[in-house]
Design a protein. Structure first.
Lengths: 306, 313, 541
């Protein structure tokens, strides 16, 4: 054996080389090694997706169906009682999953499309385009986004489309910055230079050389951005300038039932009612944060927090 | 740089006026408004002048403290009971600053201590539990934290009032008592952020070779932190604090609404609902200004404490 | 002070030390039971390749483990006390007092916030060895002894205000300030250029000799350790290979592994007679923005031969490569490839022109997309230039893998599943896939361990033999030039200082810079540094 160590052969030269693994194997191994917080997170996210997809089947009543008794107590007919005009809270919670989460997903996707494409283009181009975009983003980011959103909503009015567009544009600034930063790290790599020397076109370089390498931080960022968008929309709805009634939405549900909280002394269940939608929001963001935290830790511990 | 950004921001805020739909005068004054009153209203807004001129007038007036006149209180009858924006804003700004400073005074030292200690004992049980705790708090919407506090500290066990209604006559101790819950909510929310960022900044720093060098020359852990890490940590820590104080500015809006606290955030939300543009503009300008100034301050601290820039070659 | 077996005054006695490091959620052995005995005033060289555990062992000799490492067995007896049993508080009274440390990267190891003299004297003052004024004046005399310019005032500067070579000497002064019994030097000259390295080495050696301090000198460079050490210990995979006095080790290494370490130095390619030029650079000027980095560069590369471009960092050798590849169009002068003008801009070159000039990089890690498999990496040029697809492509990739002494088991591997040498081989295969005439090798071996280097160099020579390739070989390492070059181009500050056949360039008389460069390259002769310093001091006076 010592003889083998002392002679050199390229095939034998292993050093600290790890075993070759297939893609699926890697994922399974990762999942098995995932901490409980991350597994919990994945489970919760999965449940939310199911509820959102099958809302009409799962909910006992319609989204805006009004019953005669407002502020009904918790009972077998109305699991979580009814709200200020007599709508079933449990059903609205379920539809809320579809509306609130759906709108947040749409917004985040849009933000990533805008920010991601521009960020990548700026990183590769690095001239006027980069200068122009970066300065614009600097200015946009100089205004707190909730405040900016409030100003814009006051002008354009609070419709769902406006809400999605405004938040997506405001949020795409952060996506732009991150995409640009991580792409810049990849663009300077020798393998990108090698591809350029080979004569590859811009499309190939972006798609095959850069994109696969910036994906992990971008996926993590997608989770974090989603939480941020989700919380912003919830906050706006809570303030009464976001998603408008009668659409069921967790943020506005908190606001509508807020006064119940002072009855907690007399009926703890009634006191809890306004907290339910808030807890639904919190639970999903906690779940996503746990998963993202684990993911970031796993893919090089890139950063601890934004 | 800060000034440039501020002026660009003011242009954006001003342009919001430009984007108003054409029949806005009608909308503000109500359906009963006559042609003349609408025209008069448009003239008062200066919509018959060029945009550049109006921006000049608006910004120079704003610099002198004149933020225009609120839209609310006007009606078709032509009787003008509207108030100067400045009169609306100033007392509420004072309240908001009070709330924000109370929160900041508790949150900043607490977060720094938590951040530094978790960085020192990283991967210990203490670190992990603080980590999970803050990760959870970060994920909560502000109003969730607020209502939980109300549920426990006001509804079930009435320790503090759930409504933080203060006015200019309120005594300091009374004011402090009434703002306890909103301040606590804000503190919880930003401590989590600030602590995590401080921890990350310190860990980043402790990985530098000169920290190992300091350890190997016999420096005690305290000495390593105070003498070797801290002088280089001011810039990242200042950024963290500024970022979170800026975040405070945003958080204050929601918290003020929950506790019906008469601050500038609530004023702004009301103005947005009623589309009272001059008030919205004034509030946005104040928020943006605070935000930009804080970030500018962080940049300056970063430059002032950087030895490379302090002692050029 | 040379090795003396009668001297039994043992300062440090490390017994069967075992150290583990934590990575991939597991503990791995780094040092697997090594003994180390150091007498007072003795200098021991620890030599080994990356992963040999030499730095870990060096730090353990001070009772220190890096975060994420732990000592799981053995003793570290320093002057009769087992450091491994001491608490951190107790160990601290040794560190910066009786034992000190000189780190590899001086630029990163000085705290940017404090003045040099404060850092030089901090531990001495803390330990109460000297008062502040004594320590300061002592530091100034140490700066003087280490040949630092303006020794009385250099200390008030901040780390970023002095050069890398000077910083490394200040760090030596810092290590010497408390007059320790032991100094651990951890690759202190690795980051320096050869001409700077010589000065730092001779100052370090002089001062260690003057105060008769015991030292552990960690390096991967044999020639350097030959100058510094009385005894050499060779490590591999966390275990000791052998230990002997320097002269004996150099002349009669016992173990096969040690011999193989030595042999790479002796590789030498016979010079080939010059043929027609395949590539010629005439009057090339180039600039990054406003800073001009190449001045009137003329280089002729004969077909089928290897031209080595030698120079220190900042000499313009890599920029020359960028001009040839078209990444940095020249501002003046012309490039001719096989007699035809080569357009300066990459975008203006034809696909065939791009195919015929290939490049291999220094860091194989960053030269391969970490998300692509070996098959994709090597297959892409086949597909792109030669339009091969499907089975034909796979067959050709396997053929190429065999040419670089690997096999089809590697097809589906990702770069992270390859060792350093294997990665560089894949990069070579990728270049070969394009069926080029001309390959630019940019420091292709300098990031690799010696034995792996030898394998790569031999492979390149064999490929040249079989395929008639022409190489432009960029390097700062003279022994690599000996091993591979037919012709040599010496560059300094963006200009060609000298060029010609290898034998001609390496033989006197040289231009002054070539002389400085060549004489600064450490040789395996333990007396080399003494002779050189003597010669240079005579020359100066």
């Amino acid at each position: 054996m010592s003889q083998k160590q002392n002679t050199y052969s390229a095939v034998d030269e292993v050093g600290a080389v790890t075993e070759q693994r297939t893609f699926l194997k890697r994922i399974l191994i990762d999942l098995r090694k995932a901490p409980y917080t991350a597994r919990f997170g994945i489970l919760i996210i999965f449940i939310y997706i199911t509820v959102a997809l099958f809302a009409p089947i799962l909910s006992p009543y319609g989204e805006a169906e009004v019953f005669p008794e407002p502020y009904a107590a918790w009972s077998s007919t109305h699991v979580f009682g009814t709200d200020q005009i007599g709508r079933d809270i449990f059903s609205r919670m379920i539809y809320g999953a579809r509306n609130t989460v759906g709108i947040a997903v749409a917004t985040t996707v849009l933000a990533f499309l805008i920010g991601g494409v521009l960020g990548l283009a700026a990183a590769i181009n690095r001239s006027y385009l980069d200068q122009f975009l970066s300065r614009t983003v600097d200015v946009l980011m100089a205004i707190p986004s909730l405040i900016f959103a409030l100003v814009l909503l006051s002008i354009f009015g609070s419709t769902v489309t406006n809400l999605i567009l405004i938040i997506a544009v405001l949020d795409s600034t952060r996506v732009f910055r991150l995409t640009r930063a991580v792409s810049l790290n990849v663009v300077v790599m020798d393998y990108v230079e090698a591809a350029r020397l080979r004569g590859e076109g811009l499309g190939w370089i972006m798609r095959r050389e850069i994109l696969p390498n910036i994906l992990p931080p971008l996926i993590a960022e997608f989770g974090l951005r989603f939480c941020f968008v989700f919380l912003t929309i919830a906050a706006l709805s809570f303030l009464g300038v976001g998603i408008q009634p009668p659409t069921a939405d967790w943020g506005s549900m908190v606001r509508e039932n807020a006064s119940l909280i002072m009855f907690a002394q007399y009926d703890i269940k009634a006191g809890l009612t306004p907290l339910l939608p808030a807890a639904a929001i919190a639970l999903l963001t906690v779940a996503i944060n746990f998963v993202v935290d684990w993911f970031l830790h796993k893919t090089s511990g890139l950063r601890d927090e934004i | 740089m800060g000034l440039v950004t501020l002026s660009v921001v003011s242009i954006i805020i001003f342009s919001s006026m430009e984007l108003l739909p054409g029949d806005f005068g009608q909308a503000v004054l109500g359906q009963a408004a006559t042609e003349e009153t609408v025209a008069a209203f448009r003239r008062e807004l200066g919509l018959d002048q060029s945009a550049v001129m109006r921006y000049g007038q608006w910004i120079s007036a704003a610099l002198q403290g004149d933020l225009g006149t609120s839209f609310s209180g006007r009606n078709a009858s032509g009787v003008d009971r509207s108030r100067e924006v400045i009169d609306l804003v100033v007392p509420r700004l004072r309240n908001t600053l009070f709330l924000a400073s109370v929160a900041a005074l508790i949150a900043v030292p607490l977060a720094l201590i938590l951040g530094i200690t978790t960085a020192l004992f990283r991967n210990s049980i203490y670190d992990r539990s603080v980590n999970i705790g803050t990760l959870t708090t970060i994920s909560f919407p502000e109003f969730f934290v607020a209502y939980i506090l109300i549920l426990f500290l006001s509804s079930l066990y009435p320790v503090f009032p759930s409504l933080a209604n203060v006015d200019s006559d309120t005594q300091f101790s009374e004011r402090f008592y009434r703002t306890a819950l909103p301040a606590l909510t804000l503190t919880l929310v930003i401590v989590a952020h600030m602590m995590r960022m401080t921890r990350a900044a310190i860990i980043n720093l402790l990985a530098s070779p000169y920290i190992q060098m300091a350890r190997l020359s016999g420096a005690t852990p305290t000495e390593v932190i105070i003498k070797h890490a801290l002088p280089n940590a001011w810039a990242p820590i200042a950024t963290v604090i500024a970022f979170n104080l800026a975040y405070l500015v945003v958080g204050v809006v929601v918290v003020e609404v929950v506790f019906v606290y008469p601050g500038i955030g609530q004023l702004m939300v009301d103005a947005v609902s009623s589309r009272d543009i001059p008030v919205v503009q004034a509030c946005a300008l104040i928020f943006a200004m605070t935000y930009i100034l804080l970030n500018l301050l962080a940049d300056i601290i970063g430059i002032v404490t950087n030895p490379r820039l302090l002692h050029p070659k | 002070m040379k090795f003396n077996s009668q001297n039994d005054d043992v300062l440090l006695d490390v017994k069967d030390i075992k150290i583990q490091g934590f990575s991939d959620e597991k503990w791995h052995d780094i040092v697997k039971g090594v003994n180390l005995t150091l007498r007072r005033g003795e200098v021991m060289g620890l030599i080994g390749e990356s992963g040999a555990g030499k730095s870990t062992l060096g730090l353990a000799a001070m009772g220190y483990t890096q975060p994420g490492c732990r000592i799981i067995g053995g003793e570290v007896n320093f002057d009769g006390t087992d450091l491994a049993q001491l608490s951190d508080v107790e160990k601290r009274s040794y560190w910066g007092n009786r034992m000190t440390y000189v780190a590899q990267s001086a630029a990163a190891s000085f705290n940017p916030a404090h003045r040099l003299i404060e850092q030089t004297t901090a531990s001495t003052i803390r330990a109460g060895i000297k008062t502040k004024s004594e320590a300061y004046s002592d530091a100034q005399s140490l700066y003087d002894a280490l040949n630092l310019p303006d020794p009385n005032n250099i200390g008030i500067r901040y780390p970023h205000q002095v050069s890398g070579g000077q910083l490394q000497r200040v760090m030596t002064a810092m290590a010497m300030s408390p007059r320790p019994d032991l100094i651990v030097f951890d690759e202190p000259t690795t980051a320096l250029d050869v001409t700077t390295q010589v000065e730092v080495l001779s100052s370090m050696r002089a001062i260690v000799e003057e105060f008769n301090t015991a030292a552990i000198y960690i390096t991967h460079d044999l020639a350097v350790v030959a100058q510094m050490a009385d005894v050499i210990k060779v490590l591999r995979f966390g275990e000791e290979v052998e230990e002997a006095a320097t002269r004996q080790m150099l002349s009669h290494p016992k173990e096969a592994y040690t011999k193989s370490l030595w042999s790479v130095r002796t590789l030498e390619k016979p010079v080939r007679a010059p043929a027609n030029s395949v590539l010629s650079l005439t009057g090339i000027d180039a600039a990054y923005g406003r800073t001009k980095v190449l001045h009137q560069v003329n280089i002729e590369v004969p077909k089928g031969s290897t031209v080595a471009v030698v120079g220190e960092s900042g000499s313009g050798k890599s920029t020359t490569a960028r001009v040839i590849t078209g990444l940095l169009p020249q501002s003046a002068g012309s490039l001719k490839f096989e007699g035809k003008n080569l357009p300066p801009r990459l975008a203006d070159r034809s696909k065939d022109q791009k195919r015929r000039i290939q490049m291999i990089y220094q860091m194989a890690d960053t030269a391969m997309n970490p998300r692509q498999t070996v098959k994709e990496i090597i297959g892409r040029p086949l597909e792109f230039y030669l339009n091969m697809r499907g089975q034909r492509k796979t067959d050709r990739v396997i053929e190429l893998l065999e040419m670089i002494e690997l096999d089809e088991k590697f097809l589906e591997r990702l770069p992270e599943e390859l060792s350093g040498g294997q990665k560089q081989r894949i990069c070579i295969a990728r270049a070969l896939a394009a069926e080029p005439d001309f390959i630019i090798c940019d420091e292709v071996t300098s990031a690799l361990d010696q034995i792996v280097q030898e394998g790569i160099l031999k492979l390149l020579l064999r490929l040249q033999e079989n395929l008639g390739l022409t190489y432009l070989f960029i390097t700062h390492d003279i022994s690599t030039v000996q091993a591979i070059a037919d012709q040599v181009v010496v560059m300094n500050e963006g200009k060609v200082v000298e060029q010609g056949l290898k034998d001609d360039v390496f033989q006197a008389p040289h231009p002054a810079y070539t002389e400085l460069l060549l004489s600064s390259v450490p040789e395996m002769d333990p007396d080399w540094l003494s002779k050189l310093t003597q010669k240079r001091s005579i020359f100066r006076s």
